[in-house]
Design a protein around this ligand. Structure first.
Ligand SMILES: [Zn+2]
Length: 254
């Protein structure tokens, strides 16, 4: 299993991070992508990637923290992080109009700048889009990056537009939630060669562990739910999703 989106620098792993991360390969997790959300977090996820062979890093600024960034100062640092041999993605970036922790125009400007940089460096992005579909699609259409819309919970119509742009769709614990029909519908609709599995650990824990802290081993519950909806086995789904992750992020394990 490959976890294409987790936050292992989160404080919620401070008490047992090393024990947990060291144990993941034995528990069937081939590798994971730990996504940064702030300037400090970029350094933290790179440190994790240096420490564990099965850890990779995504560096970027989350829309929540958009207003903390002075782009002219940060851009050269980000560029440098992105050249790290274990940094395989620019993320987590995007727009979040649900929480609005940063002003929307600041979020849009930073998202656009990070998309332009991703295209310039030919790096995939991991995009977070919450209640901002229209504006996010406009920027994705304008910049045309490659990458994934993580934790996709949108409509089939939105899925179609993203797929036409060449994007992958990432599915996590939300597909297992009893009240959430839309995410599972999209996961059943998504062409198998564009589907990625993820946790967003420590968040978005799938059933039957909802409410507890999430970790990459929980992918199997998300995979089972999507596989059932598609009429295939969880192993088939995981096999396909793993290949997609290796293709998108350019990672080939021996
Ligand atoms: Zn995330």
């Amino acid at each position: 299993m490959i976890d294409t989106h987790a936050h292992y620098d989160s404080r919620r792993f401070d008490d047992d991070r090393d024990g947990l991360l060291s144990s993941l390969p034995q528990k069937g997790v081939g590798w994971f992508l730990s996504c940064a959300d702030s300037a400090q977090s970029c350094k933290d996820v790179l440190a994790l990637a240096e420490k564990y062979p099965h850890a990779y890093a995504a560096c970027g600024i989350h829309p929540h923290n958009a207003s903390e960034v002075d782009w002219m100062r940060f851009k050269p640092l980000l560029r440098q992080y992105l050249t790290h041999e274990k940094c395989v993605c620019l993320g987590e970036i995007g727009l979040d109009y649900h929480y609005d922790f940063s002003p929307r125009e600041v979020q849009r400007a930073l998202f656009a700048r990070q998309l332009v940089l991703a295209v310039e460096l030919d790096m995939p992005v991991s995009a977070h889009i919450r209640e901002a579909t229209e504006d996010a699609l406009k920027l994705l259409q304008r910049c045309h990056p490659r990458g994934v819309v993580h934790c996709f919970t949108g409509s089939i119509e939105t899925a179609r537009i993203l797929l036409n742009l060449g994007m992958y769709l990432g599915f996590g614990g939300a597909v297992t939630f009893k009240n959430a029909k839309k995410p599972l519908e999209a996961a059943a609709f998504c062409p198998i060669e564009r589907l990625l599995l993820e946790t967003d650990a420590p968040y978005m824990t799938p059933e039957p562990f909802r409410g507890k802290r999430c970790n990459s081993t929980h992918i199997q519950y998300t995979a089972q739910k999507i596989a059932d909806a598609r009429g295939i086995t969880a192993d088939e789904l995981i096999g396909a999703a793993d290949k997609n992750a290796e293709r998108l992020f350019g990672i080939r394990l021996a």
